[in-house]
Design a protein around this ligand. Structure first.
Ligand code: SF4
Length: 332
């Protein structure tokens, strides 16, 4: 591991001043991904600015029924929060399925959004990887790509975004609050992560000198009946092959009045399934409608040699989750 300097920021302004003065610095929250990347030599910040003492660890109910979550709230605290469990259960489920208890106790909400892909070649310095080294090539395209993406890919990168939490946040239309020495701004979660295009090393809209301060959840009454399902290779913790976050309201006449749907494990960013949502709004809540919408969402998918199975798996998982929300009154 390369030598680096360490300092602990006592307030947000001091943290922002320091990162503005030191472009080679990075913020350190829970460190559950960044420290691994430093050990592997993939990240080599000159300075780590420890932000864990900043007052960004509160969860606040908003007057409109939404929730404001400080960026340093630990994943375990968010998953266990009674308002999250009752009003946004799929968010709690996504976090609980995302990592072990030890990691959830360390990992922060802001850091979860910024975790980097687990594409095998990204971690193998002997392999070509445009994300690690722009212009080097992409070993995954012709390599072992069973876990890679089928949606939102480019010639330069086919890596999936690894977060479960962010998939539920995409369905909720969460908003990311960020600050820098230039001021504060808000970014829709669905716009926060970038598609890889020709610059896969640029993964989010966050500028190097910006700090995530909070994530805001708008009120979303249908989320009280929502579900997150994660399909993975083994029952213990593993990254998603496919995941589905869904919330659904069906009218008395059996038609879909409101729907939120997002996919994980299949795309280069948390994937809001807007094509499927549009087809399902007003449609009969039947397996046939669900399957038609899922097929339309996956129609643009571009499979690689080893991951075509994800297309069918994603469609069947969408149908299964929507069916559960429609028929299982105990679903949450
Ligand atoms: Fe690198 Fe992306 Fe290709 Fe994986 S898919 S090897 S992360 S460029």
């Amino acid at each position: 591991m390369k030598t680096f300097s360490y300092l602990s920021a006592q307030d947000v302004d001091a943290a922002l001043q320091r990162i503005t003065a030191e472009p080679g610095a990075k913020f350190l929250g829970g460190g559950t991904n960044l420290v691994d990347l430093m050990r592997e030599g993939i990240e080599a910040p000159e300075t780590l600015i420890d932000i864990t003492r900043l007052p960004l660890d509160g969860i606040e109910e908003l007057p409109d029924g939404g929730l404001r979550i400080g960026a340093l709230v630990r994943n375990s605290a968010l998953a266990a929060h009674p308002v999250v469990r009752s009003r946004y259960p799929f968010l709690s489920q996504a976090i609980l399925l995302g990592a072990t208890g030890q990691i959830r106790n360390m990992a922060t909400v802001g850091g979860n959004l910024l975790q980097r892909t687990r594409c095998l070649y990204f971690y193998d310095e002997a392999s070509a990887c445009n994300k690690r080294e722009p212009g080097a090539g992409c070993a995954a395209r012709e390599g072992f790509n069973r876990g890679n993406a089928v949606l939102g890919t480019s010639d330069d990168c086919v890596a999936t975004h690894p977060s479960d939490m962010a998939v539920a946040l995409a369905a909720i239309d969460a908003v990311v609050e960020v600050r820098s020495s230039r001021g504060a701004r808000r970014i829709a979660l669905t716009e926060f992560h970038r598609l890889p295009g020709t610059t896969p090393h640029l993964e989010s809209e966050l500028a190097p000198d910006e700090l995530i301060t909070a994530i805001e959840l708008p009120p979303l009454p249908i989320a009280a009946r929502s579900h997150y399902r994660k399909v993975r290779d083994r029952a213990s913790y593993a990254f998603a092959l496919v995941s589905v976050a869904a919330a659904l309201q069906v009218d008395a006449d059996g038609r879909i009045a409101e729907i939120r749907l997002a996919l994980g494990g299949v795309a280069t960013k948390p994937w809001r399934a807007r094509i499927a949502e549009e087809l399902l709004l007003g449609a009969e809540a039947t397996d046939e409608s669900f399957a038609r919408a899922a097929a339309a969402e996956l129609a643009p998918a571009l499979p690689l040699s080893g991951n075509a199975f994800k297309i069918d798996l994603a469609q069947r998982t969408v149908v299964a989750v929507l069916r559960k929300l429609t028929t299982d009154r105990s679903a949450s």
